[in-house]
Design a protein around this ligand. Structure first.
Ligand SMILES: Cc1cc2nc3c(=O)[nH]c(=O)nc-3n(C[C@H](O)[C@H](O)[C@H](O)COP(=O)(O)OP(=O)(O)OC[C@H]3O[C@@H](n4cnc5c(N)ncnc54)[C@H](O)[C@@H]3O)c2cc1C
Length: 322
């Protein structure tokens, strides 16, 4: 594929580093430009430096509150103006917001769009992507026939690699919000809000828990190993025992911790879609035939009300407590 540029946009800096790093390796010698769109903030100067050391060649610092207001239409408009006639490849994060921006952007540019991507190759025939399909149970290889093209990459699909820092150029833009949406109120997340995508250890709880108060034993176990607490969808969406930012799966967060402990979770495909990239999975379930058994490295069969406190005690006492 002849000379091309890549524009990268993600709501979080860690995801933007992933995209910039991946973009910089897309062709021999790298693309003509890797332009990272960085939401403005007090750390913008140092974050721009960091982006250069991960492969960005240009950083566009964007003054906007459209990211926090989730005004995908404004951001899509801005990205389409930046793309101009240059026919770039545009990389986004395959988050709920990223996919919303991507769909609007593809429509504006009349460009092909691929979401839930885990790999990407540039060939003479076009952009070949590997997308997760069927709740993450299959991989579909698809070819986007032309540039510009919009590709949304799953967070955590690549590990960003630091290069020798090469100074790039920094520009800034101001995005006047022209959304037809009116943000009535922004409610801050609860004080315990966590970024599950970044967690190295996760203790996740499902409907095997009988009542909200019993979350105490789950929190204790998580605390003993420095883990974040996540859950299956019913625990957040139906029961409301944990906030939405803890729910893992197809319609929730996609995580890839080193250790994932699934407690009282049956392991339906929609849940597995969010945690299948975990390095080591330990399941605690009273049913040895639960589907989670097929997706675990270790299965502890038994009552979580017996096993979880015993495990916490053993960890706290260095193995002598159970
Ligand atoms: C479009 C769509 C999107 C969805 N997206 C998601 C998603 O993103 N994330 C998600 O999680 N789900 C999602 N779901 C729901 C999903 O299909 C399952 O219903 C859900 O994951 C089940 O949650 P669970 O495992 O906690 O509950 P259950 O399936 O009820 O499983 C509870 C488990 O706990 C075990 N158990 C019970 N008591 C004990 C005990 N005392 N000790 C030990 N084990 C015990 C049981 O053996 C059982 O295996 C989605 C569904 C649809 C249709």
């Amino acid at each position: 594929m002849s000379e091309f540029s890549v524009i990268c946009f993600a709501e979080s800096k860690s995801q933007l580093l992933e995209l910039a790093s991946y973009a910089s390796k897309l062709s021999q010698g790298g693309p003509a430009q890797v332009i990272a769109i960085l939401p403005a903030g007090t750390q913008a100067a140092s974050e721009a430096e960091e982006l250069f050391s991960y492969g960005a060649t240009k950083v566009n610092v964007l003054e906007t509150d459209c990211v926090t207001k989730a005004h995908a239409d404004c951001l899509a408009n801005h990205l389409s103006i930046l793309a101009g006639p240059s026919q770039p490849l545009i990389l986004l994060s395959s988050t709920k917001f990223g996919k919303e921006v991507g769909a609007r952007l593809a429509q504006k540019l009349d460009a092909p769009l691929a979401t839930e991507c885990r790999a990407l190759n540039l060939t003479e025939e076009g952009v070949v992507v590997e997308r997760m399909v069927f709740s993450g149970n299959g991989i579909s290889k698809e070819r986007l026939l032309r540039l510009p093209a919009v590709v949304a990459i799953q967070p955590g699909a690549f590990t960003p690699e630091r290069k020798n820092a090469v100074a790039g150029s920094v520009s800034s833009s101001k995005l006047e919000c022209a959304s037809k949406l009116i943000t009535k109120e922004i409610k801050p997340k609860g004080t315990g809000s966590v970024k599950l995508e970044n967690a190295e250890r996760i203790v996740a709880i499902g409907r095997g828990l009988q009542k909200k108060e019993d979350l105490a034993i789950i929190n204790e176990l998580a605390g003993s190993i420095g883990a974040a607490v996540g859950c299956s969808r019913p625990v957040a969406a139906d029961l409301g025992w944990l906030p939405d930012d803890r729910w893992i799966g197809l319609s929730g967060h996609k995580v890839s911790p080193k250790l994932y402990i699934a407690i009282g979770i049956s392991g339906q495909v929609q849940h597995i879609a969010g945690m299948r990239d975990s390095k080591v999975v330990v399941a605690i379930n009273k049913d040895s035939g639960a589907p989670i058994a097929q997706n675990s490295d270790y299965l502890v069969v038994g009552d979580l009300y017996v096993i979880v406190p015993a495990l916490t005690k053993a960890i706290r006492t260095g193995g002598s407590g159970a």
